[in-house]
Write a protein that binds this ligand. Structure first.
Ligand SMILES: *Cc1c(COP(=O)(O)O)cnc(C)c1O
Length: 459
Protein backbone atom coordinates (compact mmCIF):
# COMPACT_ATOMS: atom_id res chain seq x y z
CA UNK A 1 0.00 0.00 0.00
CA UNK A 2 1.21 3.45 -0.93
CA UNK A 3 2.43 5.40 2.08
CA UNK A 4 2.25 9.17 2.47
CA UNK A 5 4.95 11.14 4.30
CA UNK A 6 3.06 13.58 6.54
CA UNK A 7 3.61 17.32 6.15
CA UNK A 8 6.46 18.80 8.24
CA UNK A 9 4.38 21.99 8.70
CA UNK A 10 0.94 23.14 9.78
CA UNK A 11 -1.38 25.50 7.94
CA UNK A 12 -1.71 29.15 8.96
CA UNK A 13 -3.50 30.65 5.96
CA UNK A 14 -5.87 29.07 3.47
CA UNK A 15 -7.11 29.92 -0.02
CA UNK A 16 -10.61 28.76 -0.90
CA UNK A 17 -11.04 26.87 -4.15
CA UNK A 18 -14.34 26.63 -6.00
CA UNK A 19 -16.11 23.34 -6.58
CA UNK A 20 -17.77 23.03 -9.98
CA UNK A 21 -20.10 20.44 -11.52
CA UNK A 22 -19.22 18.19 -14.41
CA UNK A 23 -21.70 20.07 -16.66
CA UNK A 24 -20.09 23.40 -15.77
CA UNK A 25 -16.64 22.03 -16.53
CA UNK A 26 -17.72 20.71 -19.92
CA UNK A 27 -18.95 24.22 -20.76
CA UNK A 28 -15.85 25.97 -19.39
CA UNK A 29 -13.51 23.69 -21.32
CA UNK A 30 -15.44 24.29 -24.53
CA UNK A 31 -15.33 28.06 -23.93
CA UNK A 32 -11.55 27.73 -23.43
CA UNK A 33 -11.35 26.03 -26.87
CA UNK A 34 -10.15 22.82 -25.18
CA UNK A 35 -6.92 24.57 -24.21
CA UNK A 36 -6.21 24.31 -20.45
CA UNK A 37 -4.23 27.57 -20.58
CA UNK A 38 -7.51 29.28 -21.50
CA UNK A 39 -9.25 28.24 -18.26
CA UNK A 40 -9.71 30.70 -15.40
CA UNK A 41 -7.94 29.42 -12.32
CA UNK A 42 -11.20 30.10 -10.45
CA UNK A 43 -12.72 27.22 -12.38
CA UNK A 44 -9.92 24.81 -11.46
CA UNK A 45 -10.13 22.68 -8.31
CA UNK A 46 -6.62 21.17 -8.24
CA UNK A 47 -4.11 23.07 -10.34
CA UNK A 48 -1.24 20.82 -11.45
CA UNK A 49 -0.39 22.90 -14.52
CA UNK A 50 3.06 23.76 -13.16
CA UNK A 51 5.19 23.79 -10.01
CA UNK A 52 6.71 27.11 -11.11
CA UNK A 53 5.98 30.04 -8.82
CA UNK A 54 2.94 28.23 -7.43
CA UNK A 55 4.37 27.02 -4.10
CA UNK A 56 3.29 28.33 -0.70
CA UNK A 57 5.77 30.64 1.00
CA UNK A 58 6.49 30.10 4.69
CA UNK A 59 5.72 32.44 7.60
CA UNK A 60 9.45 33.26 7.68
CA UNK A 61 9.42 34.24 4.01
CA UNK A 62 6.35 36.43 4.51
CA UNK A 63 8.01 38.01 7.53
CA UNK A 64 11.03 38.66 5.30
CA UNK A 65 8.77 40.46 2.81
CA UNK A 66 7.93 43.00 5.50
CA UNK A 67 11.56 43.92 6.15
CA UNK A 68 12.53 43.97 2.47
CA UNK A 69 14.62 47.03 1.62
CA UNK A 70 13.31 48.74 -1.51
CA UNK A 71 16.34 51.00 -2.05
CA UNK A 72 17.32 51.34 -5.68
CA UNK A 73 21.00 50.75 -4.99
CA UNK A 74 22.82 48.88 -2.25
CA UNK A 75 19.71 47.35 -0.66
CA UNK A 76 20.23 45.18 2.44
CA UNK A 77 18.58 42.13 0.86
CA UNK A 78 21.24 41.98 -1.84
CA UNK A 79 23.97 41.31 0.75
CA UNK A 80 21.84 38.70 2.44
CA UNK A 81 21.24 36.93 -0.87
CA UNK A 82 24.93 37.12 -1.72
CA UNK A 83 25.89 35.46 1.54
CA UNK A 84 23.23 32.74 1.07
CA UNK A 85 24.56 31.94 -2.43
CA UNK A 86 28.15 31.82 -1.20
CA UNK A 87 27.22 29.68 1.80
CA UNK A 88 25.03 27.18 -0.07
CA UNK A 89 26.66 26.90 -3.48
CA UNK A 90 30.20 28.06 -2.76
CA UNK A 91 30.06 30.66 -5.54
CA UNK A 92 31.82 33.99 -5.12
CA UNK A 93 29.57 36.02 -7.43
CA UNK A 94 25.83 36.15 -7.96
CA UNK A 95 23.28 38.27 -9.77
CA UNK A 96 19.55 38.31 -8.99
CA UNK A 97 17.20 38.52 -12.00
CA UNK A 98 13.44 38.38 -12.33
CA UNK A 99 13.17 34.70 -13.36
CA UNK A 100 15.02 31.78 -14.93
CA UNK A 101 14.69 32.88 -18.56
CA UNK A 102 16.09 36.30 -17.64
CA UNK A 103 19.15 34.53 -16.22
CA UNK A 104 19.48 32.79 -19.59
CA UNK A 105 19.05 36.04 -21.50
CA UNK A 106 21.83 37.69 -19.52
CA UNK A 107 24.32 34.81 -19.15
CA UNK A 108 24.11 32.84 -22.40
CA UNK A 109 25.30 35.63 -24.75
CA UNK A 110 28.44 35.92 -22.56
CA UNK A 111 29.31 32.27 -23.27
CA UNK A 112 27.86 31.23 -26.61
CA UNK A 113 28.41 32.49 -30.16
CA UNK A 114 26.47 32.19 -33.37
CA UNK A 115 26.97 28.89 -35.19
CA UNK A 116 28.33 27.12 -32.09
CA UNK A 117 26.80 23.97 -30.64
CA UNK A 118 25.36 23.96 -27.15
CA UNK A 119 25.15 20.51 -25.55
CA UNK A 120 22.82 19.62 -22.68
CA UNK A 121 21.48 16.48 -21.04
CA UNK A 122 18.22 18.16 -22.15
CA UNK A 123 17.54 21.82 -22.80
CA UNK A 124 14.48 23.24 -21.08
CA UNK A 125 12.19 25.06 -23.59
CA UNK A 126 13.25 28.59 -22.67
CA UNK A 127 16.92 27.58 -22.64
CA UNK A 128 16.53 26.04 -26.08
CA UNK A 129 14.82 29.26 -27.17
CA UNK A 130 17.67 31.47 -25.96
CA UNK A 131 20.30 29.23 -27.55
CA UNK A 132 18.36 29.49 -30.82
CA UNK A 133 18.01 33.27 -30.53
CA UNK A 134 21.81 33.49 -30.39
CA UNK A 135 22.05 31.54 -33.64
CA UNK A 136 23.61 28.58 -31.80
CA UNK A 137 22.44 24.98 -32.11
CA UNK A 138 20.98 23.14 -29.09
CA UNK A 139 21.78 19.41 -28.90
CA UNK A 140 20.37 17.04 -26.26
CA UNK A 141 22.48 14.04 -25.21
CA UNK A 142 20.48 12.29 -22.49
CA UNK A 143 20.98 8.63 -21.55
CA UNK A 144 18.73 6.16 -23.44
CA UNK A 145 17.02 5.04 -20.19
CA UNK A 146 15.14 8.36 -20.23
CA UNK A 147 12.93 7.06 -23.05
CA UNK A 148 12.07 3.80 -21.27
CA UNK A 149 9.06 4.76 -19.18
CA UNK A 150 8.48 1.30 -17.73
CA UNK A 151 11.77 0.15 -16.21
CA UNK A 152 13.43 1.61 -13.14
CA UNK A 153 16.69 3.52 -13.45
CA UNK A 154 17.89 5.73 -10.59
CA UNK A 155 19.25 8.58 -12.73
CA UNK A 156 17.32 8.88 -15.97
CA UNK A 157 18.34 12.54 -16.23
CA UNK A 158 22.04 11.77 -16.82
CA UNK A 159 24.15 12.98 -19.72
CA UNK A 160 25.23 10.14 -22.02
CA UNK A 161 28.97 10.52 -21.44
CA UNK A 162 30.13 8.39 -24.36
CA UNK A 163 27.94 10.17 -26.86
CA UNK A 164 28.95 13.52 -25.40
CA UNK A 165 32.63 12.86 -26.04
CA UNK A 166 31.90 11.40 -29.48
CA UNK A 167 29.90 14.51 -30.39
CA UNK A 168 32.68 16.86 -29.29
CA UNK A 169 35.19 14.90 -31.38
CA UNK A 170 32.82 14.78 -34.34
CA UNK A 171 32.15 18.53 -34.53
CA UNK A 172 35.47 19.72 -33.09
CA UNK A 173 35.89 21.16 -29.59
CA UNK A 174 36.20 24.73 -30.91
CA UNK A 175 32.65 24.45 -32.27
CA UNK A 176 31.10 23.47 -28.94
CA UNK A 177 30.42 26.74 -27.14
CA UNK A 178 28.85 25.47 -23.97
CA UNK A 179 27.63 22.47 -21.99
CA UNK A 180 24.51 22.93 -19.86
CA UNK A 181 23.66 20.35 -17.21
CA UNK A 182 19.99 20.63 -16.26
CA UNK A 183 19.26 19.48 -12.68
CA UNK A 184 16.87 17.86 -12.31
CA UNK A 185 16.30 17.03 -15.97
CA UNK A 186 12.92 18.73 -16.38
CA UNK A 187 12.16 17.68 -19.95
CA UNK A 188 12.94 14.02 -19.15
CA UNK A 189 10.28 14.13 -16.43
CA UNK A 190 12.10 15.77 -13.52
CA UNK A 191 14.58 12.90 -13.51
CA UNK A 192 17.75 13.36 -11.46
CA UNK A 193 21.40 13.48 -12.51
CA UNK A 194 23.91 11.52 -10.42
CA UNK A 195 26.97 13.07 -8.81
CA UNK A 196 29.19 10.65 -10.74
CA UNK A 197 27.62 11.85 -13.99
CA UNK A 198 28.02 15.53 -13.09
CA UNK A 199 31.66 14.91 -12.24
CA UNK A 200 32.35 12.92 -15.43
CA UNK A 201 30.69 15.60 -17.58
CA UNK A 202 32.73 18.32 -15.89
CA UNK A 203 35.93 16.38 -16.51
CA UNK A 204 35.13 16.07 -20.21
CA UNK A 205 34.33 19.79 -20.37
CA UNK A 206 37.69 20.58 -18.79
CA UNK A 207 39.56 18.13 -21.06
CA UNK A 208 38.24 19.92 -24.15
CA UNK A 209 38.32 23.44 -22.71
CA UNK A 210 34.53 23.91 -22.84
CA UNK A 211 32.60 25.89 -20.23
CA UNK A 212 30.01 23.93 -18.23
CA UNK A 213 27.09 25.62 -16.47
CA UNK A 214 24.15 24.28 -14.47
CA UNK A 215 20.52 25.00 -15.16
CA UNK A 216 19.82 24.59 -11.48
CA UNK A 217 16.09 25.23 -10.92
CA UNK A 218 15.69 21.99 -8.93
CA UNK A 219 19.04 21.87 -7.13
CA UNK A 220 17.53 20.61 -3.87
CA UNK A 221 15.37 17.84 -5.34
CA UNK A 222 18.40 16.61 -7.29
CA UNK A 223 20.49 16.60 -4.09
CA UNK A 224 17.78 14.60 -2.32
CA UNK A 225 17.80 11.95 -5.05
CA UNK A 226 21.60 11.69 -4.83
CA UNK A 227 21.37 11.26 -1.06
CA UNK A 228 18.71 8.55 -1.30
CA UNK A 229 19.94 6.69 -4.41
CA UNK A 230 23.68 7.13 -4.96
CA UNK A 231 26.25 5.10 -3.12
CA UNK A 232 28.34 7.06 -0.65
CA UNK A 233 25.90 9.93 -0.11
CA UNK A 234 23.41 8.57 2.44
CA UNK A 235 25.28 10.14 5.35
CA UNK A 236 26.07 13.46 3.71
CA UNK A 237 23.82 16.45 4.34
CA UNK A 238 21.76 17.93 1.50
CA UNK A 239 23.81 21.08 1.83
CA UNK A 240 27.10 19.19 1.48
CA UNK A 241 25.75 17.38 -1.57
CA UNK A 242 24.56 20.66 -3.09
CA UNK A 243 27.97 22.23 -2.56
CA UNK A 244 29.66 19.30 -4.30
CA UNK A 245 27.22 19.39 -7.27
CA UNK A 246 27.88 23.08 -7.86
CA UNK A 247 31.62 22.42 -7.73
CA UNK A 248 31.27 20.60 -11.05
CA UNK A 249 30.38 23.76 -12.99
CA UNK A 250 31.69 27.28 -13.56
CA UNK A 251 28.39 29.14 -13.41
CA UNK A 252 24.66 28.56 -13.10
CA UNK A 253 21.31 29.95 -14.11
CA UNK A 254 18.35 29.32 -11.81
CA UNK A 255 14.63 29.82 -11.87
CA UNK A 256 14.01 30.46 -8.17
CA UNK A 257 10.30 29.77 -8.74
CA UNK A 258 10.95 26.05 -8.26
CA UNK A 259 13.12 24.76 -5.39
CA UNK A 260 13.71 28.18 -3.84
CA UNK A 261 9.91 28.40 -3.31
CA UNK A 262 9.26 32.01 -4.33
CA UNK A 263 6.51 33.23 -6.61
CA UNK A 264 8.95 35.23 -8.72
CA UNK A 265 12.74 35.33 -8.94
CA UNK A 266 15.85 34.03 -10.61
CA UNK A 267 19.59 33.89 -10.09
CA UNK A 268 22.87 33.77 -11.94
CA UNK A 269 25.89 32.39 -10.09
CA UNK A 270 29.53 32.64 -11.18
CA UNK A 271 32.02 30.49 -9.28
CA UNK A 272 35.16 32.60 -9.50
CA UNK A 273 35.53 34.11 -13.00
CA UNK A 274 35.58 37.84 -12.32
CA UNK A 275 35.64 38.84 -16.00
CA UNK A 276 32.49 36.81 -16.64
CA UNK A 277 30.80 38.33 -13.61
CA UNK A 278 31.65 41.83 -14.86
CA UNK A 279 30.00 40.98 -18.19
CA UNK A 280 26.92 39.61 -16.40
CA UNK A 281 26.53 42.83 -14.41
CA UNK A 282 26.91 44.81 -17.60
CA UNK A 283 24.03 43.03 -19.34
CA UNK A 284 21.83 42.96 -16.25
CA UNK A 285 21.51 46.74 -16.15
CA UNK A 286 19.82 47.23 -19.58
CA UNK A 287 17.74 44.05 -19.36
CA UNK A 288 16.79 43.70 -15.70
CA UNK A 289 17.74 46.83 -13.79
CA UNK A 290 20.50 47.88 -11.44
CA UNK A 291 22.63 44.99 -10.12
CA UNK A 292 21.43 45.10 -6.51
CA UNK A 293 17.76 44.53 -7.42
CA UNK A 294 17.97 42.80 -10.83
CA UNK A 295 14.31 43.14 -11.80
CA UNK A 296 12.98 42.15 -8.38
CA UNK A 297 11.36 43.98 -5.48
CA UNK A 298 13.50 44.22 -2.37
CA UNK A 299 10.91 42.08 -0.57
CA UNK A 300 11.18 39.37 -3.24
CA UNK A 301 14.94 39.23 -2.74
CA UNK A 302 14.44 38.83 1.00
CA UNK A 303 11.99 35.92 0.44
CA UNK A 304 14.42 34.35 -2.03
CA UNK A 305 17.37 34.47 0.38
CA UNK A 306 15.20 32.57 2.91
CA UNK A 307 13.66 30.20 0.34
CA UNK A 308 17.07 29.02 -0.90
CA UNK A 309 17.61 27.50 2.56
CA UNK A 310 14.06 26.21 3.08
CA UNK A 311 14.26 24.27 -0.18
CA UNK A 312 17.22 22.36 1.30
CA UNK A 313 15.54 21.22 4.54
CA UNK A 314 15.72 17.46 4.76
CA UNK A 315 12.30 16.93 6.40
CA UNK A 316 10.73 19.09 3.72
CA UNK A 317 12.42 17.19 0.89
CA UNK A 318 11.45 13.80 2.35
CA UNK A 319 7.82 14.96 2.38
CA UNK A 320 8.06 16.67 -1.01
CA UNK A 321 9.51 13.71 -2.89
CA UNK A 322 7.32 11.48 -0.70
CA UNK A 323 4.25 13.16 -2.20
CA UNK A 324 5.40 12.34 -5.70
CA UNK A 325 6.23 8.75 -4.72
CA UNK A 326 2.84 8.36 -3.03
CA UNK A 327 1.08 9.47 -6.20
CA UNK A 328 3.28 7.16 -8.29
CA UNK A 329 2.68 4.17 -5.99
CA UNK A 330 -1.10 4.71 -6.08
CA UNK A 331 -0.98 4.73 -9.90
CA UNK A 332 1.18 1.60 -10.03
CA UNK A 333 -1.23 -0.28 -7.75
CA UNK A 334 -3.94 0.50 -10.33
CA UNK A 335 -1.84 -0.26 -13.43
CA UNK A 336 -2.03 3.32 -14.66
CA UNK A 337 1.15 3.85 -16.73
CA UNK A 338 3.52 6.76 -16.07
CA UNK A 339 7.24 7.58 -16.35
CA UNK A 340 8.73 5.35 -13.65
CA UNK A 341 10.20 6.19 -11.22
CA UNK A 342 8.46 9.54 -10.59
CA UNK A 343 10.46 12.73 -10.97
CA UNK A 344 11.05 15.32 -8.30
CA UNK A 345 8.31 17.77 -9.23
CA UNK A 346 5.85 15.91 -11.42
CA UNK A 347 4.29 12.64 -12.45
CA UNK A 348 4.27 12.15 -16.21
CA UNK A 349 1.31 9.99 -17.22
CA UNK A 350 1.99 7.85 -20.28
CA UNK A 351 -0.92 8.96 -22.45
CA UNK A 352 0.30 6.89 -25.40
CA UNK A 353 -0.37 3.74 -23.38
CA UNK A 354 -3.49 5.01 -21.64
CA UNK A 355 -5.14 6.08 -24.91
CA UNK A 356 -3.52 3.80 -27.54
CA UNK A 357 -6.38 4.36 -30.00
CA UNK A 358 -5.59 8.09 -30.33
CA UNK A 359 -2.82 8.79 -32.89
CA UNK A 360 -0.10 11.35 -32.16
CA UNK A 361 -1.67 13.87 -34.54
CA UNK A 362 -4.83 13.82 -32.41
CA UNK A 363 -2.81 14.49 -29.25
CA UNK A 364 -3.37 11.76 -26.62
CA UNK A 365 -1.59 13.83 -23.91
CA UNK A 366 -3.93 16.75 -24.52
CA UNK A 367 -6.98 14.47 -24.62
CA UNK A 368 -6.08 13.05 -21.21
CA UNK A 369 -5.54 16.57 -19.81
CA UNK A 370 -9.05 17.53 -21.02
CA UNK A 371 -10.55 14.41 -19.40
CA UNK A 372 -8.87 15.12 -16.05
CA UNK A 373 -10.43 18.56 -16.07
CA UNK A 374 -13.90 17.27 -16.97
CA UNK A 375 -13.69 14.42 -14.46
CA UNK A 376 -12.60 16.36 -11.38
CA UNK A 377 -11.53 19.93 -12.22
CA UNK A 378 -7.85 18.94 -12.28
CA UNK A 379 -5.61 21.02 -14.53
CA UNK A 380 -2.58 19.29 -16.06
CA UNK A 381 -0.90 19.74 -19.43
CA UNK A 382 0.30 17.93 -22.52
CA UNK A 383 4.02 17.21 -22.89
CA UNK A 384 3.89 15.44 -26.23
CA UNK A 385 3.12 16.06 -29.89
CA UNK A 386 0.68 18.89 -29.11
CA UNK A 387 3.53 20.75 -27.40
CA UNK A 388 5.63 20.54 -30.57
CA UNK A 389 5.03 23.25 -33.14
CA UNK A 390 4.60 22.39 -36.81
CA UNK A 391 7.85 21.59 -38.59
CA UNK A 392 9.12 25.00 -39.77
CA UNK A 393 10.31 23.55 -43.09
CA UNK A 394 7.59 21.07 -44.10
CA UNK A 395 4.70 22.63 -42.14
CA UNK A 396 3.73 19.16 -40.97
CA UNK A 397 2.77 18.00 -37.49
CA UNK A 398 5.86 16.63 -35.73
CA UNK A 399 5.66 13.41 -33.73
CA UNK A 400 6.99 13.43 -30.19
CA UNK A 401 8.78 10.30 -29.01
CA UNK A 402 6.64 10.33 -25.86
CA UNK A 403 3.07 11.39 -25.27
CA UNK A 404 2.84 12.58 -21.67
CA UNK A 405 0.24 14.34 -19.56
CA UNK A 406 2.13 16.11 -16.80
CA UNK A 407 0.86 16.40 -13.23
CA UNK A 408 3.20 19.02 -11.72
CA UNK A 409 2.78 19.38 -7.97
CA UNK A 410 3.24 22.84 -6.40
CA UNK A 411 5.32 22.90 -3.20
CA UNK A 412 3.59 22.87 0.23
CA UNK A 413 0.21 23.48 -1.44
CA UNK A 414 -1.88 20.31 -1.75
CA UNK A 415 -2.66 17.52 0.74
CA UNK A 416 -2.88 13.74 0.56
CA UNK A 417 -6.65 14.01 0.02
CA UNK A 418 -6.08 16.19 -3.06
CA UNK A 419 -3.72 13.57 -4.47
CA UNK A 420 -6.37 10.90 -3.78
CA UNK A 421 -8.85 12.92 -5.86
CA UNK A 422 -6.36 12.79 -8.73
CA UNK A 423 -5.96 9.02 -8.40
CA UNK A 424 -9.73 8.44 -8.28
CA UNK A 425 -10.28 10.64 -11.33
CA UNK A 426 -7.71 8.63 -13.26
CA UNK A 427 -9.34 5.37 -12.17
CA UNK A 428 -12.67 6.56 -13.61
CA UNK A 429 -11.00 7.74 -16.80
CA UNK A 430 -9.34 4.33 -17.21
CA UNK A 431 -12.77 2.67 -17.08
CA UNK A 432 -14.10 4.70 -19.99
CA UNK A 433 -10.88 5.27 -21.87
CA UNK A 434 -12.02 3.50 -25.06
CA UNK A 435 -14.63 6.20 -25.61
CA UNK A 436 -12.25 9.14 -25.22
CA UNK A 437 -11.70 11.06 -28.45
CA UNK A 438 -8.68 12.86 -29.80
CA UNK A 439 -8.47 16.55 -30.73
CA UNK A 440 -7.72 18.61 -33.79
CA UNK A 441 -6.34 22.13 -33.93
CA UNK A 442 -8.64 24.71 -35.51
CA UNK A 443 -6.31 27.70 -35.04
CA UNK A 444 -2.66 28.04 -34.04
CA UNK A 445 0.04 30.72 -33.90
CA UNK A 446 3.36 30.08 -35.68
CA UNK A 447 5.43 29.36 -32.53
CA UNK A 448 4.79 28.13 -28.95
CA UNK A 449 1.28 27.25 -30.01
CA UNK A 450 0.30 25.19 -27.00
CA UNK A 451 -0.37 28.29 -24.88
CA UNK A 452 -2.95 29.80 -27.23
CA UNK A 453 -4.04 27.28 -29.89
CA UNK A 454 -7.75 26.51 -30.30
CA UNK A 455 -8.85 22.89 -30.51
CA UNK A 456 -11.97 20.80 -30.93
CA UNK A 457 -12.74 17.13 -30.33
CA UNK A 458 -12.46 14.89 -33.36
CA UNK A 459 -15.89 13.62 -34.46
C1 LIG B 1 11.38 26.86 -15.19
C2 LIG B 1 12.66 26.54 -15.79
C3 LIG B 1 13.40 27.49 -16.52
C4 LIG B 1 12.85 28.87 -16.84
O1 LIG B 1 12.58 29.59 -15.69
P1 LIG B 1 11.42 30.69 -15.60
O2 LIG B 1 11.52 31.15 -14.19
O3 LIG B 1 10.13 30.02 -15.93
O4 LIG B 1 11.75 31.76 -16.57
C5 LIG B 1 14.63 27.11 -17.02
N1 LIG B 1 15.11 25.88 -16.83
C6 LIG B 1 14.44 24.94 -16.14
C7 LIG B 1 15.04 23.59 -15.95
C8 LIG B 1 13.20 25.23 -15.61
O5 LIG B 1 12.53 24.29 -14.94
Amino acid sequence: MAKYVAEPFKIKMVETVKMTTREERIEKLKAANYNVFGLSSDDVYIDLLTDSGTGAMSDKQWAGMMIGDESYAGARGYKKLQSAVEDIFGYKYMQPVHQGRAAEQVLLPCLLKKGQICISNMHFDTTRGHVGLLGAIPTDIVVPEAADTFNYAPFKGNMDIERLEAKIQEVGQENVGLIIMTITNNSAGGQPVSMANMKATYEIAKKYGITLILDAARYAENAHFIKSREEGYADKSIKEITREMFGYASAFTMSAKKDAIVNMGGLIGVKDNEALYTMVKGWTIPYEGFVTYGGLNGRDIEALAIGLYEGLEEDFLRYRIGQMEYLGDCLRERNIPFQFPVGGHAVFLDAKQILPHIPYYQFPGQALACELYIEAGIRSCDIGSYLLDLDPVTGKQQQSEMEFTRLAVPRRTYTQAHLDVVVEALEKIMERRDQIKGYEIVWQPPVLRHFTAKLKPVE
